[in-house]
Structures are given as structure tokens and as C-alpha cells.
Design a protein around this ligand. Structure first.
Ligand SMILES: [Zn+2]
Length: 333
């Protein structure tokens, strides 16, 4: 048994409390590689922001869960080396799909887990989430559960259709499960192709997706005042990265994300964790394609991974400062 506290990690409880009260959101960035981890830590340290580093099923398949845990431990040490004496870094399991997986992560140093029973019937979702909460809370690990279904594809999480969270269920669900935060479905979506062009309206030559269901969010907030709400699938899919990818030999068609103004708006509410994964993939791929196109003789991975890391770091800082507002929000610097 490895307790996250011995690794210098923190759970989400205190940072969420401050984020809800302060009207901002904590960034939850997925990571699979060392360069992503370094870029996340550099961005968090430079902006003095708490940060959630999250691990999906795809990340565990790609990089190995044990290695990712050691990388998170390394992230804490790296943040300190970069001059941040009291970093607030959460190691979070993204979309845990079973009690066994959540337990394994808790036993191996994760400070927060998501149990995603959103595809199950309501009562089964409650029973599964409660089982995870009962186990996690013994070790002061925080638990995110989900009500409602997001559309889109993210690693191995896929759903064809979204089902908005029903506000009338949230009190019963959060009370009976004891979960620490709740992921809801209000129109965000997994992946880089969140909407089809047919779902969007054309404004000045740009495809604008349908707005998030802020009415549902506000209803949920009214029912659960101050309760931490989580938005998944919240990449904005920046057009400049998509254009760079396509300009240098890529072929991304109709990649559409969530407009950043809407995420900024959501951050000011009880939404206190915003998940961003695709934007990091796009930033990395755009920089690598550009570098290799401009330097066809390069073959040392460090030559193209360095600009990739820089580009991701720039994106993370932009999100922290201009979209989520979590800069300068460490309890102690
Ligand atoms: Zn998700």
C-alpha cells in the first residue's frame, strides 16, 4: 500500500472548496508521456496554479500505470526543483470503470479517483459509486462520480448519444453515494470531433457549436449549493493548431470543440474541475508536424519533442490564465 500523502500529492477536497468559493476551476490535464508531464508541471509552477494530472485507461495501456504513478511522484519533486515549495498536484484516475481498478489505484498512490458508472442504470451507478467512496475515504482519497452521459470518444470511453444530467437526481445521488464531486453532462463531449458540422451554425465562416446547457448547470447548482461540479470533454480544439496540422501534411476534418468563452463562464460557477485532453494532443502534433516539415533532416526525438513540449506548455498556461482562472491560487506559494 502506497499512500499518496507520502508522495507529496494532495486530494481535491481543499482545492475544490477554494475554487467553488473563488469562482474559478482547476485544470485537469491528461498525461501519457514525460513531455506532457513536464509541460504540465512547468505551466502550473509558472502560474502558481493547483493542477490535476489524470490518467485514463488509454494512458495506462500506453505508458503503464506504475510508471505514470512514479511520474506523478517525479512531478512533485520537479515542481519543487523549479522553485515551487508547496505544489498542489493531484494524481487522478480518469474514468475508472470498476471498483477493482479504483482500489488498485488508491492502493498505489492515487489521491483521487473517478468511478464512471454513468452508463449503468441509476441504482447500480449509486451502488458502485458508494462502494468506491467507502473504500477511498478510509485513505482520504477523493472520489468523482458521474450522472448523465457525454457523447464522443475518449480512449476507450465512447457513447453515440449524450444524455443530459437530470437535476432532479443530483441530491439523491450525491447524498447516497457520498461522492466528493460530480461530473455532469450539459453538452460537452469527448474527443476532437465534438460536433458534426450539421449540429453547428456558420458564423462569419466559423462553425459554432450549440451552447452548453447553462440552464441545467444552474438548476444543479441550486439543488447542491457549493457542491463541486466537473466538466469532461472540455477541449476547445483551437483552430490554429488544427490549421498547422493540416498545413504540414495532416488531415483533420471538421474538428470542433467547446468555445473558450463558455468554459470561462462555467468556471465562474460551481464547475471547479475542467478536463482538457484533446487540446494537448493537438498542440503536440501540430508542433511535431511543423518541426519535421521544416527540418526534414532531423531524426533525434529531442529535436521535435522540445518544441512539442513548449507548445503544450504554452497551451496549458493559456488555459490556466485565460480560461479557468486558477493562476495564483496555490494555498501557499
Ligand atoms: Zn471524460
Amino acid at each position: 500500500m502506497v499512500n499518496y500523502k507520502d508522495l507529496g500529492l494532495v486530494n481535491t477536497r481543499e482545492m475544490f472548496k477554494r475554487a467553488v468559493a473563488g469562482g474559478y476551476a482547476i485544470p485537469a490535464f491528461n498525461f501519457n508521456t514525460m513531455e506532457q508531464m513536464q509541460a504540465i508541471v512547468m505551466a502550473a509552477v509558472e502560474t502558481k496554479s493547483p493542477v490535476i494530472m489524470q490518467v485514463s485507461k488509454g494512458a495506462r495501456n500506453y505508458a503503464n500505470g506504475t510508471i505514470l504513478r512514479y511520474m506523478a511522484e517525479g512531478a512533485v519533486a520537479y515542481a519543487k526543483e523549479l522553485g515551487c515549495e508547496h505544489p498542489e498536484i493531484v494524481l487522478h484516475l480518469d474514468h475508472g470503470d470498476s471498483f477493482e481498478l479504483c482500489k488498485e489505484c488508491i492502493d498505489n498512490g492515487f489521491s483521487s479517483v473517478m468511478i464512471d458508472g454513468s452508463s449503468l442504470p441509476y441504482e447500480e451507478n449509486i451502488a458502485l459509486a458508494k462502494k468506491v467512496v467507502d473504500y477511498a475515504h478510509q485513505f482520504d482519497v477523493t472520489v468523482e462520480a458521474e450522472l448523465g452521459v457525454l457523447a464522443g470518444v475518449e480512449d476507450e470511453v465512447a457513447a453515440a448519444e449524450s444524455h443530459y444530467t437530470k437535476p432532479e437526481e443530483v441530491i439523491d445521488f450525491s447524498t447516497r453515494t457520498g461522492c466528493d464531486s460530480l461530473a455532469i453532462s450539459i453538452g460537452t463531449s469527448h474527443g476532437a470531433h465534438k460536433f458534426t458540422p450539421e449540429q453547428c451554425t456558420l458564423v462569419n465562416g466559423v462553425l459554432v457549436p450549440p451552447p452548453l446547457a447553462f440552464d441545467i448547470l444552474h438548476e444543479i447548482e441550486k439543488k447542491l449549493p457549493g457542491f463541486p461540479i466537473v466538466l469532461h470533454g472540455s477541449s476547445s480544439v483551437p483552430m490554429e493548431e488544427v490549421n498547422t496540422i493540416n498545413q504540414y501534411g495532416g488531415h483533420l476534418e471538421a474538428a470542433i470543440g467547446i468555445p473558450e468563452e463558455q468554459l470561462r463562464e462555467a468556471s465562474k460557477s460551481a464547475v471547479c474541475k475542467i478536463n482538457i485532453d484533446s487540446d494537448s494532443r493537438l498542440a503536440m502534433t501540430a508542433a511535431i508536424r511543423k518541426h519535421l516539415a521544416e527540418h526534414p533532416g532531423d531524426f533525434d526525438p529531442r529535436q521535435y519533442l522540445k518544441p512539442a513540449r513548449e507548445n503544450m506548455k504554452k497551451m496549458y498556461i493559456h488555459k490556466i490564465v485565460n480560461v479557468l482562472g486558477s493562476d495564483g491560487k496555490l494555498a501557499q506559494c
